[in-house]
Write a protein that binds this ligand. Structure first.
Ligand SMILES: *Cc1c(COP(=O)(O)O)cnc(C)c1O
Length: 390
């Protein structure tokens, strides 16, 4: 008999009933150290007082109002994002996949309005993940994502991850945009080299192609900069954001330059809940904390400490781990044993990690994790690694 919850997830038998900072408490009382953060969502940890206050204050005032009216919290969050990024304008969504939908629509409308309606193709890369909507699975293109869901949305060109020469060759008078994650998350924590990011920007500049960055997982301080592309010193034309920006409240966004967004006039797009007052009040509190003086310096310092300890862990368990990779507090351990076995051994040691493709386990702790908690986490990883081989 089908479960009452549609069984699209393989769920671990863990029932978390409370969260405090970097910790999650199981119904049986066990305290788990959380290196998953709801897959890079809880950037300020669980039950952060500023987020609890933002949500409950707004809940007393107004939960929902249609986008037919002004929404001051939405305006404030858009202004914060515009003031602190390449973007001139922002559309709010409820998720990453909805951000993908708009990014694709925006790129195609851009060329339609420029009198080049044949420029519809979007170049994407192997191992990428952009969400689960029809456009997002077509963008990823892997058999695992699209099989059985045809007809698949047309107009995506799939290249090997990071293949700049193939990209140069693939861009044509049909190309609307290049869509790429600066650091692949689901694909197994694979950062695009700065030089490759710069090369993509150059290809786009030479051909007018729009550069769409998917920073749903790597954005909002995760890599130690507000957005990951800042490390390469280039900016996109369109950017997808979600996960971390809501700190646990469902919120996503598409950020764009004025030019890239020029086709999206009144009536061309919408969302009932997108930019909802509750979500945006929380989003403002997230951004204020991440942008606070010293916050990102702290992330970089802690990331350095974690990375160093993980290098030691890999060296101590060469039969379990192959290497550590990633940037900031978006790190991956490539495993030699099955990654899910390491994740399960983590559970047995009250530690949460997240599996990814390429036999990697992801470490995506709250950005507020302390140095003591980092030491404790690596201790538990060490126990898990011993456990998995015994
Ligand atoms: C999670 C994720 C998405 C999809 O976000 P949802 O909120 O689950 O729709 C898209 N892109 C990347 C890079 C992601 O990690």
């Amino acid at each position: 008999m089908i479960p009452s919850v549609l069984p699209t997830y393989n769920r671990a038998p863990l029932n978390f009933v409370k969260g405090e900072g970097s910790w999650m408490i199981e119904a049986d009382g066990r305290r788990f150290l959380d290196l998953g953060a709801g897959i890079a969502v809880n950037v300020l940890g669980h039950a952060h007082p500023a987020l609890v206050a933002a949500l409950t204050d707004q809940a007393q005032k107004l939960w929902h109002v249609s986008n037919l009216y002004q929404i001051p919290e939405q305006q404030k969050l858009a202004d914060i994002l515009v003031d602190n990024t390449f973007a001139d304008t922002v559309f709010f969504t409820n998720s990453g996949t909805e951000a993908c939908e708009l990014a694709v629509k925006m790129a195609r409308k851009y060329w339609y309005d420029k009198g080049a309606p044949e420029r519809v193709e979007i170049i994407t890369y192997s191992g990428s993940f952009h969400g689960r909507s029809s456009a997002a699975i077509a963008a990823a293109g892997s058999e695992k994502m699209v099989k059985g869901f045809g007809p698949i949305l047309d107009g995506f060109v799939h290249l090997d991850w990071g293949d700049i020469d193939a990209t140069r060759a693939a861009v044509s008078d049909k190309t609307a945009a290049i869509l790429v994650e600066p650091v692949q998350g689901e694909g197994g924590i694979k950062p695009l080299a700065d030089a490759d990011m710069k090369a993509l920007r150059e290809i786009c500049d030479e051909t007018g192609t729009l550069l769409i960055l998917d920073e749903v997982q790597c954005g909002v301080g995760r890599t130690g900069r507000l957005f990951a592309h800042e490390w390469a010193g280039v900016t996109p034309d369109i950017m997808m954001v979600a996960k971390g920006i809501g700190g646990g409240f469902p919120l996503g966004a598409v950020l764009a330059t004025e030019d890239a967004a020029s086709g999206m006039t009144a009536g061309t797009h919408g969302s009932t809940y997108g930019g909802n007052p509750l979500a945006c009040a929380v989003g403002c509190a997230v951004m204020e904390n991440v942008l606070a003086d010293g916050f990102l310096d702290d992330v970089n310092r802690k990331a350095g400490a974690l990375r160093q300890k993980l290098e030691g862990l890999v060296a101590a368990h060469p039969e379990v781990f192959e290497t550590v990779r990633g940037q900031g507090l978006m790190l991956g351990l490539k495993c030699k044993v099955a990654n899910v076995d390491v994740v399960n051994a983590g559970y047995a040691n009250d530690l949460i990690t997240v599996p990814a493709a390429d036999n990697v386990i992801r470490l995506l702790p709250p950005l507020t994790i302390t140095e003591d908690e980092i030491a404790e986490a690596v201790d538990r990883l060490d126990k898990a690694a011993t456990h998995v081989t015994s």
